[in-house]
Design a protein around this ligand. Sequence first.
Ligand SMILES: Cc1ncc(COP(=O)(O)O)c(C=O)c1O
Length: 453
Amino acid sequence: MKPSELQRDNAQYLWHPMAHPRAMKAEGGRPDIIARGEGCWVWDVDGHKMLDGVAGLWSSNLGHSCRPVRDAIVAQLDELPFFNTFRGTTHPRAIELSARVVDMMAPDGVAAVMFSNGGSDAVEGALKIARQFHKLRGQKDRSKFIALKQGYHGVHFGGMSVNGNTNFRRAYEPLLPGCFHLDSPWAYRNPWGLEGEALGQAVAQALERELVFQGPDTVAAFIAEPVQGAGGVIVPPANFWPLVREVCTRHGVLLIADEVVTGFGRTGQMFGTRTWGVQADLWCLAKGISSGYVPLGATAISRRVAEVFDADTTGAGQVTHGYTYSAHPVAAAAALATLDMLERDDIPARVREVGGPFQARLGGLVDRVPYVGNVRGIGLMAGIEMVADKATKAPLPKTSDLPARVAREAYRRGLMTRVSGSMMILSPPLVISPQELDFLCSTLEAAFDAVAT
Ligand SMILES: Cc1ncc(COP(=O)(O)O)c(C=O)c1O
């Protein structure tokens, strides 16, 4: 098909996630049609080459042409393209991958893993297991969930209900009852005007107050991302997660770490919770687990939670949850090869090495660009917040096309970025070289230089 025909059919037939169907039909509503990928680079359908500054969507951590992952997928297609893992059925790749994930996460206290198809699924599994855990222990009233504003936990009804951004909620309300949200540990904007340890402490105290207010015996879990990604790359102060862990333990509330973005190296540690030196009770994993080659999600279950299910003799511990494609053999094969690469090349160490200079260089945009108010990030995830007034931190009007104009300029110059509201979000493949990162930063600087308010 010719590019113009693809564009026409896209507008007519394809509804995009997070977009109005009319947007593609409107004048100038041309989507970026990405046709090919190699290493950290992608080409659009017109043959325009760009550095992939977003790793597909925080996913393609090993880049777009990782031969061992590709070979594992092809071999699996030849051996067994699909079989299910319901009840008494399984297959070798599912078993091998479960052992592999548990082995990798043994230092974090993980005992078992349940597979699914993506991040929203992984969250749903964690929320359901949390409620069931409490029921098995005779604490039947523990059904509520507490989460953070700006949090993103996918789009299923459970995940959407703990989602901390009303944009993702309004059209589908009413949502799950019993979900509550706290102000997040966001240094640039928080109601207390705090930063650092004082901010971490304030949010942990707010969590404890909310637990006491709700009645801790009614709360199943607190869920959060180790670093909030889609909500604006909000890196919490170092004391936040340890304090939250203490509060949850004190009140018998499970701690769910949504590691869909942070898992498998993005922060410079294999898991985001390791970045903060804490163990969760349940972990939501997806994206980087298979480097985006084939959809896969996983909910990792701590020893503490697994033991309760193992001890049940009443039948109530049966996990009445799962998907036709849970642990799909091709996805499991892709994940096994991905994890091999992550460990063989110690990708988290590489992220630590390049992440510091990357963050420092992007940080320079605050002084360089009149409308960049804040740059934040860790490892290879970064967010650039554009504002109407730097001195007052006044946000851009919702209708502002400034972020889109910067992204367009970057695209034209050979860099794929992602805009979310007033944020430009960057999450390049974790295998990106220092030279490619240099290209990313200089292209971005040039794009910002070229766009005036
Ligand atoms: C932290 C987090 N949780 C859950 C999800 C949902 O994942 P998926 O889009 O694979 O369903 C995402 C997606 O970006 C995410 O960032």
